[in-house]
Design a protein around this ligand. Structure first.
Ligand code: ADP
Ligand code: MG
Length: 212
């Protein structure tokens, strides 16, 4: 039986695979895409044009798995490029998209499409990356995976920028710029700042009490 959007049992879904760099998000995205292709479902894969680290028109993992993808500049472009016959839409490096991506993927899911996305949940400062917080909130399923800390070998949830002087959130790079790190080896800088703020507050409240 062919299912059409709106019919019971035909509802699409929103899946997010997240974690730090090198955690295997792209590998997992490719694995899900390949299984859908084995099931003979029509799949379209998109990536942000800004991410041309390995290839302009391929999604490539750090372990050299690859799959053809359409580069797009905005989230609305995805909506325009999805064919009526498409059953599965996969989007890699989804953190680089604009905030409209949540509306776009909701629309696709409402049309009965399975949407699979992979992206960095946190930026190099440990803050939610671009549209990711919204996407995680609207997702039906979330897989959060860890890499291996390059310092101690523990599971790593953070992406560490080797040069903290580079402050912009979006700075496309590889092992030249980034490392996977566990919490203990990722936030020395943040810890120093937190301690400083704590002692400033403590001294301020002490001097206020002395003036009473
Ligand atoms: P992501 O898309 O999350 O950046 P990929 O799927 O492209 O990750 O790559 C995952 C692969 O990266 C692993 O299977 C492994 O071969 C390799 N790798 C390199 N550095 C690390 C690391 N620090 N921790 C885990 N895997 C790593
Ligand atoms: Mg990746």
């Amino acid at each position: 039986m062919t299912l059409f959007a709106g019919m019971p049992g035909s509802s699409g879904s929103i899946e997010v695979v997240c974690g730090p760099m090198f955690s295997g998000k792209t590998e997992e995205l490719i694995r899900r895409v390949k299984r859908a292709q084995i099931a003979r479902q029509k799949v379209q894969i998109f990536k942000p044009a800004i991410d041309n680290r390995y290839h302009e028109t391929e999604v490539v993992s750090h372990s050299s798995l690859s799959i053809e993808a359409t580069p797009v500049n905005t989230s609305v472009e995805i909506l325009q490029k999805v064919y009526d016959s498409t059953r599965v839409v996969a989007i890699d490096e989804v953190q680089f998209f604009d905030e409209n991506i949540s509306v776009v993927v909701e629309k696709l899911a409402r049309r009965g499409i399975r949407v699979i996305m992979a992206g960095l949940d946190q930026d190099f400062m440990g803050k939610p990356f671009g549209p990711m917080a919204n996407l995680l909130a609207i997702a039906d399923s979330v897989l959060k995976i860890q890499a291996i800390c390059t310092v101690c070998g523990a599971p790593a949830s953070k992406t560490f920028r080797k040069n903290p002087k580079q402050q912009e959130q979006v700075l496309v790079g590889e092992t030249d710029l980034y490392e996977a790190r566990c919490r203990a080896h990722a936030d020395f800088f943040g810890e120093d700042q937190d301690q400083l703020a704590f002692f400033v507050n403590l001294n301020e409240s002490r001097s206020k009490t002395q003036n009473l």
